[in-house]
Design a protein around this ligand. Structure first.
Ligand SMILES: [Fe+2]
Length: 420
């Protein structure tokens, strides 16, 4: 309570514009007015008393009547004038008091604000600074008011002040981040919001300065935590991918290479980077369901029997089951589920067709077949890249999405894409 009282007292001197004590002036004028009325009454009474002994009774009565009538008239006029004047004066006093009250409230509002508030003239001289402004910087009020705005800033930021002031005067408003000096403490990071305002033909700069040190620190911590989480997730994804490939040495690295081609196709198709990232993660994990397929089937040379082929085909659904409970930011499980679906409905496991196959899975399907054909397998040697590309050209629009095929061909034919 005493603190607030003290703050209110300080505000009286802090304000740029002080106010005249109008109620004292009003009382003074009223007293002068009443004294004048009293003097007139006394003068008239004295004239009457001195004149009375030398006049006959009837003349005296006439004079007295005339004097009294005039006196009453004069007094009446004076009372009316005095009343009207006092009424106006009372109105002015009430308005001034209201204005002063409002000004005091405004000043205290500025003082309770968490942000520093400054008013500067266009030369940078400080006209007003609220309580937060000087307390947060460790100055007293007088010390702060003699400082020009650049002196509040760290040198690296202060040297930009001239350019910023120019921009502020051109635009009328400016928001920027800076660092402000504090006595005995490290500088604080601040967000500065300045605006040019005008009053009575003069222009001022009102500036609100917010301490964002804590916010920046929290943001940095969040960024570090996010990066840590990202690294942990990458490690987990890599471990999962290796688990799938370790049992199938012939396809080691297959998922990474598919991921590389699939993300390149996605970027060539101008998909949003967020979607591209989902394709990358799904690519690295797309064959994780093969952990369910016996190793001897995966590495078996020659043609697979029907039941063996059926087990291999199950890998898409097994992959989905393994990943569906992992809360990725992207539909990784669905992409894995659909990566063997084809545009004409001839794929597996559900025989989806056309637009029912998500674009990420259509991209994955093309990248998968190109990488698989270009790599060595236990039952056949590697095909050339040309032969792999011929496969997607021939099945373009039938098995494979036409736009995906076009993007893939562009990568190999015009942009020298390489798996290495
Ligand atoms: Fe697969």
């Amino acid at each position: 309570m005493s603190y607030r009282k003290g703050a209110a007292m300080k505000n009286k001197t802090t304000l740029v514009f002080s106010h005249v004590r109008w109620h004292i002036i009003a009382a003074y004028f009223l007293a002068v007015f009443l004294a004048l009325v009293a003097m007139i009454v006394v003068v008239v009474a004295l004239v009457y008393i001195h004149a009375a002994p030398n006049l006959p009774h009837d003349v005296l009565q006439t004079v007295m009547d005339k004097v009294m009538v005039r006196l009453v008239l004069i007094l009446g006029v004076l009372v009316i004038l005095g009343g009207v004047g006092s009424w106006f004066l009372a109105r002015i006093i009430a308005a001034r008091r209201e204005l002063k009250l409002q000004t005091d409230i405004d000043a205290q509002l500025l003082d309770v604000a968490n942000d520093s508030i400054f008013v500067h003239d266009l030369k940078g001289n400080c006209l007003y600074a609220n309580e937060t402004a000087y307390k947060s910087r460790g100055y007293d009020q007088i010390e702060l008011k003699v400082l020009r705005f650049p002196a509040l800033e760290v040198p690296e930021s202060a040297k930009l002040n001239e350019a910023r002031t120019k921009e502020l005067l051109e635009k009328g408003e400016l928001i920027f981040e800076s660092a402000h000096l504090r006595k005995g403490k490290p500088p604080m990071l601040v967000e500065v919001h300045s605006r040019v305002v005008g009053s009575n033909g003069r222009r001022f700069i009102i500036t609100s300065v917010r301490d964002i040190t804590e916010r920046k620190r929290t943001e940095e911590e969040l960024r570090e935590a996010s990066e840590k989480l990202q690294r942990a997730m990458e490690g987990t994804i890599h471990a999962m991918a290796v688990t799938a490939e370790i049992r199938d040495p012939y396809t080691a690295g297959h998922q990474q290479r598919v991921a590389k081609l699939a993300t390149a196709i996605a970027r060539e198709m101008d998909l949003p980077e967020e979607q591209v990232e989902g394709i990358r993660v799904a690519g690295i994990l797309h064959d994780i369901g093969k952990t369910y397929v016996p190793a001897e089937i995966l590495s078996k040379p020659g043609i697979l029997r029907k039941n063996e082929m059926s087990l291999v085909k199950d890998h898409a659904e097994v992959g989905y089951d393994l990943l569906k409970t992992v809360e990725f930011s992207w539909p990784v499980a669905q992409i894995v589920f659909q990566h063997h679906e084809r545009m004409d409905g001839s794929g597996y496991p559900r025989g989806l067709s056309g637009e029912d196959v998500m674009i990420e899975a259509r991209i994955m399907g093309v990248a998968d077949v190109i990488e698989a054909m270009a790599s060595h397998r236990p039952y056949r040697p590697a095909f050339s890249t040309e032969k792999a590309l011929l496969e997607i050209i021939q099945k373009k629009g039938i098995l494979y999405d036409a736009q995906v095929v076009d993007a893939c061909l562009k990568l190999f034919n015009e942009k020298q894409f390489s798996f290495d």
